[in-house]
Write a new protein. Structure first.
Length: 202
């Protein structure tokens, strides 16, 4: 059986443009998200929105653009935690990811899935996510290198990783859902929108 999983990295525009967005404000959030929600609804597509949350309130979409969450929920799409962490160590990841997930849950969004910013997940991320009760990590980008992690030889289908090597099958409770293909370009006159998707067989 062939499965198609569609998801959207929902971030502040300055993340995508190295701190220098091409537009004022965050049109990817205020205009792009409603556009995608309408598009998905029109064609009956179920999607997961990985919405950026950070410990720093200035980088919290929930606090700055709560309407984004309200719309995604209203359209019946899944909300997922999306946290950017540059450092690989356990303590840094625990601090940043826990703050983001707890904020979401305090506001009534009981997320069960996660995507790391820049697809930078690792063995320490597995530990943190399991401690928080997160069930899925949608970070692995097939055939890429992110940080010290080489995603070349990972399975094409969802797998439970090893605590010693996130790219290998193991005994972790967390389920890794690899991205096998990415970036569909949906044109709009002035604002290109991108979504990623995974194709795998079960």
């Amino acid at each position: 059986m062939l499965w198609l999983v569609t998801d959207v990295d929902t971030e502040f525009d300055r993340v995508r443009f190295d701190g220098k967005p091409k537009y004022s404000g965050d049109p990817g959030l205020t205009d792009g998200v409603p556009h995608l929600l309408e598009f998905f609804a029109r064609f009956g597509i179920r999607a997961t929105f990985h919405i950026q949350e950070q410990r720093d309130p200035d980088w919290s979409i929930l606090l700055r653009y709560p309407k984004v969450y309200e719309l995604v929920k209203e359209y019946g799409q899944e909300i997922s935690a999306h946290v950017h962490v540059r450092k690989a160590d356990y303590e840094t990841r625990k601090d940043e990811i826990t703050a983001a997930v707890n904020r979401l849950r305090e506001h009534g969004y009981n997320v069960s899935s996660f995507r790391a910013g820049w697809y930078f997940s690792n063995e320490n991320t597995i530990r943190v996510l399991e401690e928080l009760g997160i069930e899925y990590d949608c970070s692995p980008l097939k055939n890429s290198v992110v940080g010290s992690v080489r995603w070349y030889d990972i399975p094409d289908s969802p797998y439970h990783p090893s605590y010693a090597d996130i790219t290998k099958v193991g005994d972790a409770k967390l389920l890794m859902i690899p991205i096998t293909l990415s970036l569909i370009h949906i044109s709009e006159p002035t604002r290109p929108l991108y979504i990623s998707y995974a194709v795998f067989c079960l």
